[in-house]
Design a protein around this ligand. Structure first.
Ligand code: BV8
Length: 241
């Protein structure tokens, strides 16, 4: 594969599956995804938060605690290796990870250029003063906002019906890229699921690395199937060879 100077990599829950973090929709193993334990409308919408804030806070407290016991897997490390090594092979080359995931495994795996378009488990957002702050503990007991003292902290997560973060930066990155790679996502949720079409419209080469075919597979020039720890590592090795 030719070495492209600019790569946008979209990741979804599948890249963290082998780290032990539930995906949202059951994968091949059919063990059931995260949403199947909790109905989406019960936990990941502003309406649910208004209706039953304790349920939503507990749901995110559980996941915020859980991800801190997980480790990045070979796929996360491979993407970090690509980000570090490619500029040495192609002067000025850039790799950006646009993740739908709210865990911090890309960062702990060594990636530095990461956009969390759906927010982050390890951040809290004060609905009184709009401050966003790193947060590792629970929110169920309504701790005071460190900035304004109000008991108004919510998870800094983009729920259904809310606007994803940094869409302008994502569109800019897509407009300047040569290659779009999608890893571990079912292509079920927009606007992320639409990025492959934007990429094709802009003439990018498009590659999908996933455990199984997704709702967007037909839009990719190439799809490689298998667990991320294997197919992502093999792809990065091939690119850096
Ligand atoms: C918005 C944070 C306006 C929460 C998430 C009708 C038509 C089109 C769109 C809509 C519609 N009705 C409503 C909408 C909009 C809605 C939407 O798309 N709904 C869907 C259900 C139809 N979207 C929104 O509301 C978004 N906001 O549209 O605002 C706007 C838009 C643009 C510009 C301005 C304004 C906000 C959506 C964000 C919701 N928040 N996450 C939390 O985490 O609790 S979404 C959540 O699910 C994820 O973040 C991710 O984005 C999404 C999909 O999950 P995936 O990551 O793909 O995971 P999934 O389990 O589905 O798939 C895993 C894949 O991995 C599988 O393919 C599997 O095979 C694979 N896999 C498994 N194991 C492995 C593996 N692959 C490799 N290796 C393995 N080992």
């Amino acid at each position: 594969m030719a070495k492209p100077p600019s790569i946008v990599i979209l990741t979804g829950a599948g890249i963290s599956a082998e780290s032990g973090i539930d995906t949202f929709r059951g994968g091949k193993d059919g063990r059931g995804g995260l949403w199947e334990q909790h109905r989406v409308e019960d936990v990941a919408t502003p309406e649910a938060f208004a209706r039953d804030p304790d349920l939503v806070q507990r749901f995110y407290d559980m996941r915020r605690a859980s991800i801190q016991t997980r480790q990045p897997n070979a796929a996360h490390h491979a993407l970090a290796r690509l980000e570090q090594a490619l500029p040495g092979l192609v002067p000025g080359a850039r790799v950006i990870v646009v993740t739908q995931n709210v865990d911090d495994l890309h960062e702990r795996g060594g990636s530095q250029n990461v956009i969390h378009m759906h927010g982050e488990h390890l951040k809290a957002w004060c609905t009184a003063c709009d401050t966003r702050i790193g947060w590792t503990g629970p929110l169920i007991d309504r701790p005071p906002c460190p900035a304004c003292g109000s008991a108004a902290l919510r998870p800094d997560i983009v729920w259904f019906g809310e606007v994803p973060y940094r869409m302008d930066d994502i569109h800019t990155a897509l407009s300047q890229a040569d290659l779009f790679v999608s890893i571990g996502t079912s292509g079920a949720v927009y606007p992320a699921a639409g990025f492959v079409r934007l990429a094709r419209d802009r003439g990018l080469h498009t590659l999908e690395l996933n455990l199984e075919r997704s709702q967007g597979s037909a839009w990719f020039h190439e799809t490689r199937l298998g667990p991320a720890s294997e197919v992502v590592t093999a792809w990065v090795d091939e690119l850096l060879a």
